[in-house]
Design a binder for this molecule. Structure first.
Ligand code: SF4
Length: 469
């Protein structure tokens, strides 16, 4: 394997966890093809931009990035630039026409073609591959060992399904990621077993509507033939894998949150007591306009079932304010739902139209100042709910999977507890960074609440922190 300048790559990633994971897969493919991961862009011979179209004006941002990269490419002969992800899927060959220094463009279904595109680009061939594939072959990607010097990881993402059939009126994902497709369970189980052997303790199952996994096959009675199963059954299979201490998944859709999944939370030892369940709005009128296909009441029933089945479970969500036509009364229903469910945390945004979506054509958009006022009110309520929750945790015990140094420095390390809360760790007044390393699961007592995280003390037993490795 060459480590020459011209054979090293760097991937600049925007957007969601699915994109982050796609970049990991891409890195493995390139590694497998004989390229090394560069430390940074300045030492790379190949730069790939993995784009996201969820952000406002994502296309313009990409154009600006590509404009600035002309000098980067000219600095060293043989340098190459590729663009992938959701914007690439949407814009396709217009990118090559507009940027002569761009070498190749690949869509969200075409990761496997990238090594061949790189080799074509080395002999001057520019290429675009944005075709949609219905084949499950796309999940069969080679895995490469971690490059030398890179720390062993304790957490990993695992794709279980891709695409989305829901067509929410504000969302571009069905156009950029294509239709729903579930991966055969055998490949998922094999990947998770291999990750456990590598030392991974926590897996997060990924899918645009992750709990829709296998639903089409199950409904048509074809699960056996296609190798899929219901999502709760998949979780039960994964729960048996030795070494995997924690299973998470993101993002589920309320429409597919069935009793079996609630029951899985109550019964599976590795399934974490945290669900991130996007609600988007608390008003039925707005949920209809968003094409979310559930009612506020049914959402609250799921939340209630989860809280009854798993005492102490944390529920987090995504919300949009200022959707076209949202009245003050609709907004108040969203505040009311947030208060009633008592989200421990949430992400919220002011609606902004995405070209190519149904909602972009809808009348009744809010002016920016009113949108800001509603967002401030919603986030103010969330801050109070989060802080109240953090205060209730003080004095309780938990287990933290340590990820690395804390942003607060001072010798602290940080990680997350099963409820997905960030916990910064100190030992009874002393630093613990030297005693505890990433990947350790540490017994912790929560000693202080802050707005965004918890402070915990490692529980000492026999002269050192109580750690299981
Ligand atoms: S469920 Fe709705 S918001 Fe989520 S990816 Fe599909 S279309 Fe987008």
């Amino acid at each position: 394997m060459s480590s020459q300048f011209g054979s090293s790559f760097f991937i600049r990633t925007y957007g969601c966890q699915m994109n982050v994971h796609d970049s990991e897969k891409l890195a493995n493919l390139l590694h497998h093809a004989g390229l090394d991961r560069a430390r940074d862009e300045s030492s790379a011979g190949l730069l790939i931009i993995n784009t996201c179209s969820i952000r406002d004006k994502a296309e313009n941002q990409l154009y600006s990035d590509l404009g600035k990269l002309r000098d980067w490419r000219d600095e060293q002969p043989g340098r190459l630039i590729g663009v992938g992800g959701c914007v690439a899927q949407q814009v396709g060959d217009r990118l090559l026409a507009r940027f002569p220094h761009l070498d190749f463009v690949f869509g969200t279904h075409n990761l496997k073609l990238v090594p061949a595109m790189v080799s074509g680009a080395r002999s001057g061939q520019r290429a675009v591959e944005v075709g949609e594939s219905r084949s499950v072959d796309r999940f069969d990607l080679p895995m490469a060992p971690r490059p030398v010097g890179e720390a062993a990881r304790c957490k990993a993402f695992v794709t279980v399904m891709e695409g989305c059939d829901m067509f929410c009126s504000f969302c571009i994902v069905p156009a950029t990621r294509g239709r729903e497709i579930s991966r055969p369970a055998s490949g998922i189980l094999e990947e998770v077993r291999r990750l456990a052997d590598e030392g991974v303790r926590e897996v997060t199952l990924l899918g645009q509507t992750v709990n829709a996994y296998g639903r089409h096959d199950v409904k048509r009675g074809q699960a056996g033939r296609s190798g899929t199963m219901a999502f709760a059954e998949l979780l039960a299979e994964l729960d048996h894998i030795t070494g995997i201490e924690r299973i998470r998944y993101t993002s589920p859709h309320p429409l597919f949150f069935d009793r079996a999944l609630v029951q899985a939370h109550a019964s599976l030892k590795s399934l974490c007591p945290h669900v991130h369940l996007p609600v988007q709005s608390g008003s039925d009128r707005i949920l209809d306009a968003m094409r979310r296909r559930y009612r506020r009441e049914s959402y609250m029933e799921i939340a209630h079932s989860l809280r009854s089945a798993v005492p102490g479970i944390t529920l987090t969500s995504d919300l949009i304010v200022g959707f076209p036509g949202e009245t003050e009364e609709d907004f108040e229903q969203t505040l009311d739902l947030m208060q009633t469910v008592g989200f421990e945390d949430s992400y919220s945004f002011i609606y902004s139209p995405r070209p190519g979506t149904g909602a972009a054509e809808m009348p009744g958009g809010l002016d920016r100042a009113e949108g800001r006022r509603r967002l401030d009110a919603l986030q103010g309520l969330q801050r109070r709910l989060t802080m109240d929750y953090h205060r209730r945790r003080v004095g309780s015990s938990t287990r933290v999977l340590v990820e690395g140094p804390s942003r607060h420095g001072a010798g602290q390390v940080c990680g997350r507890d099963p409820h997905h809360r960030v916990v910064n760790l100190v030992s009874g007044g002393g630093a613990v960074a030297g005693e505890i390393k990433p990947g350790d699961l540490v017994e912790v007592e929560i000693v202080e609440a802050t707005p965004h995280s918890l402070l915990g003390e490692a529980v000492f037993s026999g002269g050192g922190p109580s750690v299981s490795v």
